[in-house]
Design a protein around this ligand. Structure first.
Ligand SMILES: [Zn+2]
Length: 467
């Protein structure tokens, strides 16, 4: 008998964490994610493991995003010493992500402790250290896509391309128990077939139990061709107004996709004489990891690069400048027109983008282009909703820049794609819907039953299933 306990991303989208227990393989943790939003130190402190980290035999990680990987250093700090199986590209991204996350955590903890000291309160201790981040990276055991890996004498693991971000995998596990094979497939985060650089998610057909994400279970994405046309028009208008463009973007995936699309426009002679600044040390590092792995990406997109005689994203967009240091970043402030500035954070909750806003948001010839979802309560959301008065760095700003939103970019499969991926399995597996808000999962579940006679279960936090 095998069981899965749902410790995170059950009826919600963050903090992915599932425990698989079986005689065939022992105790395996699928994902070790962090909940998102708010102060990093509070978040790390509040995350608790409802199992003993030292008792786990291994971790399987579908991809690098922190909501799937962010608690690995704390897991190691609390005694986990086993292998962490992930794809080689995920290992490369994990180093950048966990080091960045450690930096944020340490900074927030220090700030919090200074405040606590002033109020005469007890200091908070570190919940994990930089040495734990290093240990996590040492424990990573890369397994390439489509390679069968013997987890134990009675269990095999195979990763398939999920097409979500670089290295993202669909996890397939075959457990041999009592002379019978049981196949568990976990979708990880499934990609959007329209995303640049990423392959379509691999379509699998066999599973006894299928755990599928449902982030966009209740909606479909806008058409990509329209989005790209709109992008071209917005850039042309911005050029005519004579100002600068600011694009808030997440460092992984979206940034590289935008560089690729700008490169395509440039190669087709459709891009005005912009200088593009990638103003984020983390995004610069991630882009280099992407460059190392171009050979595993969408072959049609990579063909465009090689046709242009290029073997890196940087080379594909010759007017790209990487601004790593704070001095280089501040030098951009002096440019009055002709700059496209790509900087984090994606929802404008922090990072260098806010500094660029400070210098430019109050001028009408500038443009801000939003290319990603903006969550409630973020500065990005206020701007998308048309708010004219905002506060940053303790100052008031009047928003005069043009605000544009492009809706077609998403790193997740939309409802239609999720359903197409699920109905490929024959015979129908026992379907478990995870990693989605309640309403998204309920809508997806109803649609699967109504249109395809496929029933599904939606576990809650702490629920356990047997199979
Ligand atoms: Zn993800």
């Amino acid at each position: 008998m095998a069981t899965i306990t749902f410790y995170g991303a059950a009826r919600q989208v963050t903090g992915s964490c599932y425990l698989l227990e079986s005689n065939a393989v022992g105790k395996i943790l699928l994902e070790c994610g962090m909940h998102q939003g708010g102060d990093a130190a509070d978040r790390v402190r509040k995350e608790r493991f409802d199992f003993k980290p030292a008792s786990l035999d291994a971790v399987i990680l579908s991809h690098g995003h922190l909501d799937h990987s962010g608690m690995l250093p704390k897991l190691v700090h609390e005694g986990f010493t086993g292998p962490i199986h992930c794809t080689p590209a995920t290992k490369g991204l994990l180093k950048i992500l966990l080091e960045d996350s450690w930096g944020l955590y340490q900074r927030d903890l220090e700030h919090g402790n200074t405040r606590r000291q002033r109020r005469g309160k007890k200091q908070r201790e570190l919940e994990y250290t930089e040495a734990d981040v290093k240990k996590v990276l040492k424990l990573c055991e890369p397994v390439p896509y489509k390679t069968s890996f013997q987890l134990s004498p009675s269990a095999k693991l195979c990763f398939h391309d999920a097409g979500h971000i670089l290295g993202a995998a669909i996890v397939e596990l075959i457990l041999s128990e009592d002379g019978k094979d049981k196949r568990l497939v976990f979708s990880g985060d499934l990609g959007n077939a329209d995303s640049a650089l990423m392959n379509n998610p691999a379509s699998l057909t066999q599973a006894d139990v299928l755990m599928m994400e449902g982030t966009y279970g209740d909606r479909n994405h806008r058409d990509m061709d329209n989005t790209l046309d709109q992008f071209e028009t917005v850039l042309r208008d911005a050029w005519q107004r004579g100002g600068n463009v600011m694009i808030p973007a997440f460092a992984i995936g979206r940034t590289q996709e935008i560089i690729y699309h700008l490169g395509c426009l440039h190669q087709q002679g459709k891009l005005d004489n912009w200088t593009v600044f990638l103003d984020s040390p983390m995004a610069i590092d991630v882009t280099q990891v992407y460059d190392n792995w171009l050979h595993i990406m969408d072959s049609e997109d990579i063909k465009c690069l090689t046709k242009a005689g290029r073997d890196s994203l940087e080379g594909f967009l010759p007017k790209l400048q990487l601004t790593d240091t704070p001095e280089q970043s501040m030098a951009i402030n002096k440019i009055s027109s002709g700059a496209i500035i790509i900087a984090g954070s994606g929802m404008c909750t922090g990072g260098r983008i806010r500094h660029h806003f400070k210098h430019r948001i109050w001028k009408e010839n500038n443009t801000i282009i939003f290319i990603g979802f903006q969550a409630q309560g973020t500065l990005g959301r206020l701007l998308v909703d048309g708010k004219k008065h905002i506060k940053m760095f303790g100052d008031d700003f009047f928003v005069r820049a043009n605000i544009e939103t492009l809706g077609g970019f998403s790193a997740h499969a939309g409802q239609k794609e999720l359903i197409e991926w699920a109905v490929n399995f024959d015979p129908k597996p026992r379907l478990i819907l995870i990693h989605g808000e309640n309403s998204a999962l309920e809508t997806l579940s109803a649609k699967l039953l109504e249109d395809h006679g496929m029933s599904s279960e939606i576990p809650s936090q702490g629920d356990c299933i047997e199979f």
